[in-house]
Design a protein around this ligand. Structure first.
Ligand code: FES
Length: 172
């Protein structure tokens, strides 16, 4: 059978030429597909890298002036999706509103003077430190600085407080 095919190819040069052309076309298409796949992979990796960089960039918002806040109060800052805690000594903390147990949004209870998670009951004090489990880690915080009395919070990156404490409150 093989011999018959070879014989027929030898007898029909047009068929051989078409076969060569198809082989080259397949090789060309294979190379094209490989290049396209490579380009696609590179562009996905580049966009991920760009997203990572923009995630860690500074995104600072102003959360008002220090004179707007009284000691021992917690104020929700909806624009930045965080809480601004003004501590007893007049220093400030910007706390994430995401529970460190399983990520529920956590409200501040003004009467109880603590954050109480509606999902599984974890509670946190004004500094975001755990009072009641199941959460074991303090609320994340955001870096803040006070410039000319204005409170500036970098919401571009939250900071984990793995030691459940040591709040980085900032005093004016
Ligand atoms: S998500 Fe808050 S206690 Fe579980």
């Amino acid at each position: 059978m093989k011999n018959m095919c070879e014989c027929s190819d030898q007898r029909n040069p047009a068929k051989t030429g078409r076969r060569k052309f198809l082989n080259r076309l397949w090789v060309f298409l294979g190379c094209l597909a490989t290049l396209e796949l490579g380009w696609l992979t590179i562009s996905i990796l580049k966009s991920r890298q760009a997203n990572k960089q923009s995630d860690t960039k500074e995104r600072t918002i102003t959360a008002g002036n220090i004179i707007d806040y009284s000691p021992n109060t917690v104020t929700a800052i909806p624009r930045g999706q965080f809480y601004l805690a003004c501590l007893q000594d007049g220093s400030f903390l910007a706390l994430s509103r995401t529970c460190t147990h399983l990520g529920c949004s956590i409200p501040w209870d003004n009467g109880e003077q603590k954050f109480i998670c509606p999902c599984h009951g974890s509670t946190f004090d004004i500094k975001g430190e755990v009072l009641t489990p199941p959460a074991t880690r303090a609320l994340d915080s955001y870096p803040l600085k006070i410039e000319n009395g204005e409170i500036r919070v970098n919401i571009g990156r939250s900071e984990k407080r793995l030691d459940n404490g040591k709040p980085r409150s900032v005093k004016a």
